[in-house]
Design a protein around this ligand. Structure first.
Ligand SMILES: Cc1cc2nc3c(=O)[nH]c(=O)nc-3n(C[C@H](O)[C@H](O)[C@H](O)COP(=O)(O)OP(=O)(O)OC[C@H]3O[C@@H](n4cnc5c(N)ncnc54)[C@H](O)[C@@H]3O)c2cc1C
Length: 350
């Protein structure tokens, strides 16, 4: 059977896959790096090509962004809870704050209810009791995804079933025929563990939106009770809130759990009683996908060097997407990971 050929096939058109495709089309953005090439990081033949590689994105859904990238809180929080991830948080937030990729509304982050030691333990870059970061804010995530995907070769309703070696390429079988590529990228979000044979776990989290309420101001910050597990921010005249639940779940399981909503009501009554009793306009669940050490997974698969993973973005995939895409594209174009890559999939594979 004839197969469509590309240099790179990306499975998944959420933020991870889309941002990687965006940067593969812009190799010139690779220069200012937070991750300087170290010894052994030798640009391959693909990197030296002046033209961008031919990239095809394969997405099983009718539209991109129907999973984690369309079910999140859209908050751009620069501060990461992992030192290795902090440069990606800083770069991603800085780019989004400029408002060139999508609308960005500055509202600030107010972290409450933590002592000095807890702040330092959770956020290595932060000091003091509690935290106020006026720079953080809300991004228009749907517009961000559209920016990443503009002018890309995107095939929706194309479910990748399997792949196999075919000479020096991989042959990818889908619900819409076969593709061949030099590099296959696993950007499957909650499915990335299954698709790529990695120990990744999707954790379910609920969000609740209230109808417009008197007294809610649009310039309120994002308020996060990190120790107790409650956050909220203004949304369309009401509030968007989460009980910060994290329940292991099967990929694509968005069934709502009444206990999570009850937990939210209890936390609001205890921690923010002045908000009063809240009504629900709509609620939904989404999945944040994590490696066991909760660090991103970005790099080549040690078992199949033509397979590349951009996965396990947990609760930071909106904030870091630009930086994650740039880092992933840089490694793919170079054809090799830096030897000191803290995100290497090798750490997860015995
Ligand atoms: C409730 C909640 C709140 C969040 N809040 C924030 C926040 O405020 N700030 C922040 O920075 N991050 C937040 N996040 C995290 C962020 O949303 C994710 O990290 C990010 O969206 C992950 O993107 P992704 O591309 O890896 O996954 P996804 O968006 O899930 O994309 C994966 C894609 O792969 C496709 N796919 C899977 N398998 C196949 C296959 N076999 N063939 C073809 N296609 C396939 C899927 O259909 C899907 O479209 C939140 C997440 C949740 C759930």
């Amino acid at each position: 059977m004839s197969a469509e050929a590309a240099d790179i096939v990306i499975i998944g058109a959420g933020l991870a896959g889309a941002a990687t495709a965006y940067h593969l089309a812009r190799p010139h953005l690779q220069t200012a790096s937070n991750f300087p090439p170290s010894k052994g990081f030798v640009p391959s033949r693909m990197a030296r090509h002046a033209a961008a590689p031919r990239v095809i994105l394969l997405e099983k859904e009718p539209l991109p962004g129907m999973h984690s990238s369309g079910r999140n809180a859209a908050f751009i929080r620069e501060l990461m809870d992992d030192r290795a991830m902090q440069p990606l948080g800083s770069e991603g937030a800085e780019v989004l704050r400029r408002g060139e990729l999508c609308d960005f509304r500055r509202c600030g982050l107010m972290l409450v209810g933590m002592g000095e030691e807890e702040v330092a333990a959770h956020f290595p870059a932060a000091r003091g009791r509690g935290l106020w970061n006026p720079q953080d804010g809300i991004a228009d995530v749907a517009a961000l995804l559209q920016t990443y995907l503009a002018d890309q070769h995107l095939r929706c309703q194309t479910h990748v079933h399997s792949w196999r070696p075919d000479g020096d390429r991989l042959r990818v079988s889908t619900s819409c025929g076969e593709f061949t590529c030099r590099i296959l990228v696993n950007a499957c979000g909650p499915w990335a563990g299954r698709v790529g044979g990695l120990p990744l776990t999707p954790l379910k989290r609920h969000l609740v939106q209230t109808p417009p309420m008197p007294g809610i101001r649009a310039d309120w910050p994002f308020v996060w009770h990190a120790r107790d597990g409650l956050y909220f921010r203004p949304e369309s005249g009401g509030l968007l809130l989460s009980p910060c639940d994290q329940t292991p779940s099967e990929p694509g399981d968005y069934a709502e759990d009444a206990a999570a909503i009850e937990d939210l009501a209890e936390k609001v009554a205890r921690l923010q009683p002045e908000l009063g009793e809240l009504s629900i306009l709509r609620s939904w669940a989404g999945q944040r996908t994590f490696a066991p050490d909760r660090r991103f997974v970005i790099g080549f698969d040690p078992r199949e060097p033509r397979l590349f993973h951009v996965a396990g973005l947990g609760g930071h995939g909106v904030t870091t997407s630009y930086a994650v895409g740039r880092l992933a594209a840089g490694m793919i174009l170079a054809g090799v990971e830096p030897p000191d890559n803290p995100f290497s999939p090798s750490r997860l594979i015995a």
